[in-house]
Design a binder for this molecule. Structure first.
Ligand code: BEZ
Ligand code: FE
Length: 289
């Protein structure tokens, strides 16, 4: 098409896609073009501004490695990752939330009742929980929880040469009634990486880079949709300003204390627990596949 105008360009893009093989690909890309065009019209974007954006993407490409993906960080900081999570959470199921960059494949197995803490510094926390069918409320036998969190110094194992490679990473298999328990230390708030172009965006907007403390979980069970989520502690000071918009009310865990004598009898580290520990009760609801 020649002589396109600001008003006909979006339709021209769609017309050019007439021979697209996959209708969903066409729908998604034409919608993306429509919204990009609307953004340019609405803001009357200048050449300099568009070039600044393209240069930020160029720098994102330059610093992206298998360990650090600046494009995903942009997606997180724009809230797009959170929105994709929200529109893909099945009704009644626990909300999906950020995977983040620190998941490691092949987490070491942790028995039900296991010890993720291993005597490391931090406030000892006993986590008890249930994995339930979102529709029936029944426990899901043998559900697995791939979990990871940061150490008391705020760093994940992958960020900290002082920690063993899979420190605070674990794959736990729930009991036949879907219950589980383990001991750990309280997770800590931390900042997302802000030394790249995504950090420049935070600074330009006067935003900070903090995330509230959280436990990452990937829950899986035969016949159920895998659930990628994270669970937050109710007294965290950053719950209302998470840099990546991951906090949903059903992900905020009530936090209490428990005397050692009240902790589950099968906790591997029970004898080593201090007299009073933090207690975080979790409920994870999974939707059928
Ligand atoms: C995280 O939760 O580990 C994370 C999520 C998004 C960006 C950076 C870190
Ligand atoms: Fe995290």
């Amino acid at each position: 098409m020649r002589n396109v105008t600001p008003d006909t360009l979006t339709q021209a893009f769609a017309d050019y896609a007439a021979k697209a093989e996959d209708p969903r690909t066409k729908e998604v890309l034409c919608s993306l073009a429509k919204h990009l065009h609307a953004f340019v019209r609405e803001t009357k974007l200048t050449h300099a501004e568009w070039m600044a954006g393209l240069m930020a993407l160029t720098r994102a490409g330059e610093i992206t490695t298998p360990e650090r993906n600046e494009f995903i960080l942009f997606s997180d900081l724009f809230g797009v990752s959170a929105l994709v999570d929200m529109v893909n959470t099945p009704p009644g199921a626990t909300s999906c939330s950020n995977l983040g960059p620190f998941h490691q494949r092949g987490a070491p197995p942790l028995p039900d009742g296991g010890d993720l803490w291993k005597g490391q510094p931090g406030q000892v926390m006993v986590v008890t929980g249930r994995v339930l069918d979102a529709a029936t409320g029944e426990g899901i036998a043998g559900a697995t929880l791939d979990m990871w969190q940061n150490a008391d110094n705020g760093f994940y194992a992958a960020q900290d040469a002082g920690q063993p490679a899979k420190n605070y990473h674990a794959l736990l298999t729930c009991a036949a009634d879907g219950t589980f328990a383990f001991s750990t230390t309280r997770q800590q708030p931390y900042t997302v990486p802000y030394d790249g172009p995504a950090g420049d965006m935070l600074r330009a907007l006067g935003r900070d880079a903090w995330r509230p403390a959280h436990l990452h979980v990937i829950a899986e069970a035969a016949g159920y949709r895998p659930l990628v989520t994270e669970l937050f502690l109710e007294d965290d000071p950053y719950l209302d300003r998470d840099a990546v918009f991951g906090v949903r009310s059903d992900l905020v865990v009530p936090l209490g204390t428990m005397r050692k004598a009240e902790t589950p009898a099968h906790l591997v580290a029970r004898d080593r627990l201090p007299d009073t520990v933090l207690h975080a009760p979790l409920v994870i609801r999974m939707a059928r596949a």
